[in-house]
Design a protein around this ligand. Structure first.
Ligand SMILES: O=P(O)(O)OC[C@H]1O[C@](O)(COP(=O)(O)O)[C@@H](O)[C@@H]1O
Ligand SMILES: [Mn+2]
Length: 672
């Protein structure tokens, strides 16, 4: 590294304003050079671990477990550290203690004399694990993660100098004091949480946090607290975002799906959405006949719950008809969506009880459409209008929902390029000929990356704009993202919701996938996409969620010669029959990429009692010959630019372009 940048003097002069700003942070040569040394040291650290999770679909307990065990990262560390020195059962027990410290400590039932021994042994083990998982980070970053009450002790125990002669006694002394002061329990909880935090440096959620399972809101609360996160929107997230933004058709979709899975308490109690107007309307309007298809999924109907389930079914049916009417309005407004064949309500022959799809006629399993006027099938009745108005007000005003949606906007996007990989929930829509499928947005055609960028912007406009026209355009785009044929989040020709409820002929239920889903098996297709996003096609990967991998049928999550990884193995219980497992996750650490498959998660209680880890198989995708360093990552790129700037600053000081300013109280280094 040289400070004699003679050849760069011209550049120094040009950048002088910028360097003067930088000089405020580093007012002396010493300060700037110290920072350069610090940054160089960070560049040499091993790259942090990335954790990829997709299609969580409200399954908050499985998600929490996967987050806690970091898809096996913690268990691997325990194996690495303790090898043969601990029994298998002891390692399992230590792992469970780290995942669920409070619950596990509650279960420890031994007499008091022994409990201190137990604490001592486990404190030692936990400190060892914490030291290892934190060794990838700078001391400063590690320190910042310490909980205040134990910051000093943790610093001593974790960053403690290896050469200390009587290290062992010193350690012991601290641990004894913790135990004597009756702080062992709190300390164990704190250090376990710290280990979880250090095990993963960055979490990627590849979409579909919402729908089907009971606790998407609980997942959002967990994500809100997470230290480093990005989200790629899924189609099921988009409907909640659009609903909170005030898109009536998406509000109807949210309520429909939530009633279909019998989770109305999520809307009523946890998001504070008033369903009373809808419930009253549904009870007054729909009879008890022909409700079968609208009975909630996954609920066993008993004598005791029958009345309640019947009410949910009526709500479900009422909101679905409202949905069809509201969707027709959007389709009508946007001929460019090419979705006229989804204007369902005027394709029905109400007297005959049939529907014409394409050139074929199909009988409907119900003729009961009490709110549809066959002459004007898309007009909402007064009753329906009131329901929609009340729901809309509730959705737009729900503080908790909007809090969660804002997180989806701030941490989320249509796609993300991160450390050389492209993360995307659904697909890049393609034509039959393997070209990027164009989509028209406000009169302009976009394809490939440009389409995703524009749709991303439109969704934000739908939520944030205060200009009515711009807002409506954005809201409509959000609806398109949910179910439009060229939507990268959906990727299917049509959403056959009506067909599944009203037509028995199963051939009509098929949702034909975009050609992307067959093309993506081929290397050329993925290479074309990676190139479109400016990525190195030799080393980059595309990571998808959205479509469950049918492992039972022999399908592999690794496609296109390993360039594409599909990590939706189906957290959703309703889909586990099809997939045969409970989800794939991906771990990308300094040694390479690992695809991890999970067994179905039964309950947190079982995970603790039986010390069960649901991580089963780890497929090693790539093992880096040379360990990947921070210098190989996006952060590395940024740090190198900073180093370059600082080198110029030092040169500017040395050439006399900028004066050192020495005043009391400035910080020598600002390295994180
Ligand atoms: O099984 P459910 O919950 O009724 O949902 C079926 C619908 O969900 C979708 O599969 C979309 O959900 P995914 O994004 O999870 O695939 C639609 O294509 C389909 O119509
Ligand atoms: Mn999806």
């Amino acid at each position: 590294m040289t400070n004699e940048l003679t050849g760069k003097e011209v550049r120094i002069i040009r950048d002088l304003d910028y360097l003067a700003l930088l000089a405020r942070q580093h007012p002396t040569i010493n300060s700037a050079t110290t920072e350069i040394i610090n940054l160089q040291a960070i560049l040499d650290l091993p790259k942090g671990t990335e954790h990829f999770i997709s299609d969580i679909h409200g399954e908050f307990e499985s998600f929490r477990h996967v987050l806690k065990n970091a898809s096996g990262v913690i268990r691997n560390k325990i194996n690495e550290i303790f090898g043969n020195t601990l029994r298998e059962s002891e390692k399992r027990s230590l792992a469970t203690l780290i995942y669920y410290p409070e619950e596990k400590l509650d279960m420890i039932d031994i007499n008091e004399r022994e409990i201190n021994d137990w604490y001592r042994i486990h404190l030692f083990r936990l400190i060892q694990v914490c030291k290892t998982v934190s060794s990838k980070y700078t001391r400063s970053k590690v320190r910042k993660a310490f909980p205040k009450e134990f910051a000093y002790i943790l610093d001593e125990l974790i960053n403690e100098n290896e050469d200390r002669i009587n290290k062992y006694e010193y350690y012991n002394k601290i641990i004894e004091t913790i135990i004597d002061l009756d702080r062992a329990r709190s300390f164990i909880i704190a250090i376990s949480n710290l280990i979880q935090r250090f095990a993963v440096d960055r979490l990627h959620i590849i979409g579909d946090i919402y729908d089907r399972g009971q606790g998407p809101d609980i997942i959002m609360d967990m994500l809100k607290e997470y230290h480093s996160l990005d989200i790629q929107w899924g189609n099921h997230d988009m409907i909640w975002m659009g609903a909170a933004a005030g898109n009536e058709a998406l509000i109807a979709n949210v309520v429909r799906i939530t009633s279909r899975y019998n989770h109305l308490e999520l809307l009523e109690d946890r998001y504070g959405i008033n369903l009373l107007p809808l419930a009253t309307f549904a009870m007054d309007t729909y009879g008890s006949e022909e409700l079968e298809k609208f009975m909630p999924r996954g609920v066993e109907i008993t004598e005791k719950n029958f009345k309640e389930m019947e009410m949910v079914a009526k709500i479900h049916k009422a909101i679905f008809i409202i949905q069809l009417k509201l969707e027709a309005e959007i389709i009508y407004r946007h001929p460019e969506y090419g979705m006229n064949d989804r204007m369902i309500l005027d394709m029905i022959n109400y007297e005959a009880g049939t529907i014409t799809l394409g050139d074929k006629e199909f009988p409907l399993n119900s003729k009961e459409f009490p709110t549809v006027d066959p002459e004007n099938p898309f007009i909402l009745t007064e009753g329906e209008k009131t329901v929609v108005d009340r729901l809309k007000r509730s959705f737009m005003n729900s503080l908790r929902l909007n809090d969660h949606v804002k997180l989806l906007f701030s941490k989320g996007s249509m796609y993300k390029v991160f450390n050389g990989n492209l993360l995307l929930h659904g697909c890049i829509p393609m034509t039959e000929d393997g070209e990027f499928l164009p989509i028209t947005i406000q009169g302009v055609e976009y394809a490939g990356k440009a389409a995703l960028d524009e749709l991303d912007r439109m969704a934000r406009q739908g939520y944030f704009s205060i200009d009515p026209e711009a807002k409506e355009a954005g809201l409509d785009a959000m609806w398109y993202l949910w179910c439009g044929p060229a939507s990268p989040l959906f990727g299917k020709k049509k959403m056959a919701t009506f067909e599944r409820y009203f037509i028995e002929d199963k051939t009509t239920h098929v949702e034909v996938k975009n050609p992307y889903y067959s093309d993506r098996e081929k290397v050329e297709c993925i290479v074309k996409i990676l190139e479109e996003f400016g990525l190195d096609t030799r080393t980059s990967h595309l990571v998808n969620g959205h479509v469950p991998v049918k492992v039972v049928k022999g399908e592999s999550p690794i496609k296109a010669d390993g360039k594409l990884l599909v990590i939706d193995g189906g957290f959703a219980k309703a889909y586990q029959k099809e997939t045969g497992i409970a989800g794939y996750t991906l771990i990308y650490n300094s040694h390479g990429m690992n695809l991890v498959s999970h067994e179905p998660f039964e309950s947190t209680e079982k995970a603790i009692m039986e010390e069960k880890d649901i991580v089963s198989t780890v497929m090693v995708l790539e093992s880096a010959r040379n360990r990947r360093r921070v210098s190989d990552t996006d952060t590395g790129e940024e740090l190198r630019i900073q180093v370059d700037d600082l080198l110029q600053l030092v040169a500017a000081y040395r050439k006399g372009y900028i004066k050192e300013s020495i005043h009391s109280g400035y910080k020598e280094s600002r390295t994180e």
